[in-house]
Design a binder for this molecule. Structure first.
Ligand SMILES: C[S@@+](CC[C@H](N)C(=O)[O-])C[C@H]1O[C@@H](n2cnc3c(N)ncnc32)[C@H](O)[C@@H]1O
Length: 189
């Protein structure tokens, strides 16, 4: 196991994997990929859309914290973000995580111009993927990475987003063959 995780955090993650389908969490291979990506790239400000019970957020926030960074994460379902907050506390990352309760598009529209991130992970309403992309794009720094889960498992629902990012001159995009299909793009300019 990875050294950044306390014994408690490792136990929390293993426990959450037992209810993975109930909370629609990402797979462990996807989580490990994102964790290593953040560490290797040295990213310091991540934005997640779709917190659920915090499973992915624990991986993201642990990697960001080890880079002296922070995570903003959005969730509209109160029962889920309260569980997530407890999980971040247990795993020692609550101090670097801000949970934004509410509807993703509403929150993204309200972000100030100077809200800048170097990493985005989108995992909420699949049909709104195109809206999240358009709203997050101005906040992503050049050189940053934009990711979106379920692009193979929910191909039809995300097609508009896939077409948009494939043809966007500012991004170099690939779909990675991780369990649900991960859209992965670097902002080039
Ligand atoms: C697939 S789950 C996220 C799983 C989480 N990323 C993980 O791997 O642990 C999607 C979450 O997005 C939330 N969600 C869906 N549409 C949303 C919206 N429009 N605004 C805010 N949250 C939303 C759902 O309540 C759900 O908890």
């Amino acid at each position: 196991m990875i050294t950044d995780f306390s014994k408690t955090a490792q136990e929390v993650l293993l426990g959450l994997e037992k209810t993975q389908h109930q909370f629609w969490n990402i797979s462990r291979p996807t989580a490990l990929f994102l964790y290593n990506l953040i560490k290797n790239e040295g990213f310091t400000h991540g934005l997640e859309v779709g917190t659920s019970n915090g499973y992915s957020g624990i991986w993201l926030s642990t990697a960001l914290k080890s880079n002296d960074g922070k995570l903003d994460t959005i969730e509209y379902y109160e029962k889920r973000y309260s569980i997530a907050l407890d999980n971040f506390k247990k795993c020692g990352t609550a101090d670097v995580v801000t949970i934004h309760p509410g509807s993703a598009c509403d929150i993204l529209k309200e972000l100030p111009d100077d809200f800048k991130i170097d990493f985005a992970f989108v995992d909420a309403n699949k049909r709104e993927s195109i809206d999240y992309f358009n709203l997050i794009h101005p906040h992503l720094r050049v050189g940053g990475i934009y990711t979106c889960d379920n692009v193979l498992s929910h191909k039809e629902k995300v097609q508009t987003y896939i077409d948009a990012i494939n043809s966007h001159p500012d991004y170099r995009h690939v779909v990675l063959n991780l369990p649900a299909g991960l859209s992965f793009a670097r902002k080039l300019r």
